[in-house]
Design a protein around this ligand. Sequence first.
Ligand code: 5GP
Ligand code: ZN
Length: 119
Amino acid sequence: MTSTAATSDCLFCRIVAGEVPADKVAENDDALGFRDLNPQAPTHVLVIPKVHSPTLPELASEQPSAALAVLVMAREVAEAEGIVDGYRLAFNNGAGAQQTVFHAHVHVLGGREFTWPPG
Ligand code: 5GP
Ligand code: ZN
């Protein structure tokens, strides 16, 4: 379920609310981009919606414009980081896919070679 109220038990809602510091690289009314604390590539930015939803596919069902804003910002971050010729967007959905923060986010990864399939 989407929600605009910052919930103290959601880390990314707390980052949106400014209660937890983050190295922000992009922000608008709908989305926020900040560097991952534990980067897996030279560029590793997380782009999140400002509203709370557990995963981006769920947000897309409930509030399509907010989900679209995340994707648009992901592309803008890739351009700003100079990785647009080869970058990876990763969505981990559910604990079985190694999702650890249950506020929708896309990983924007670039600046190195990638392999396929992912692990
Ligand atoms: P997930 O595994 O849920 O797809 O990704 C969550 C990401 O959030 C991980 O890559 C992790 O390193 C990152 N992360 C966890 N806590 C923090 C934090 O407090 N600040 C930032 N910037 N990233 C965090
Ligand atoms: Zn949240």
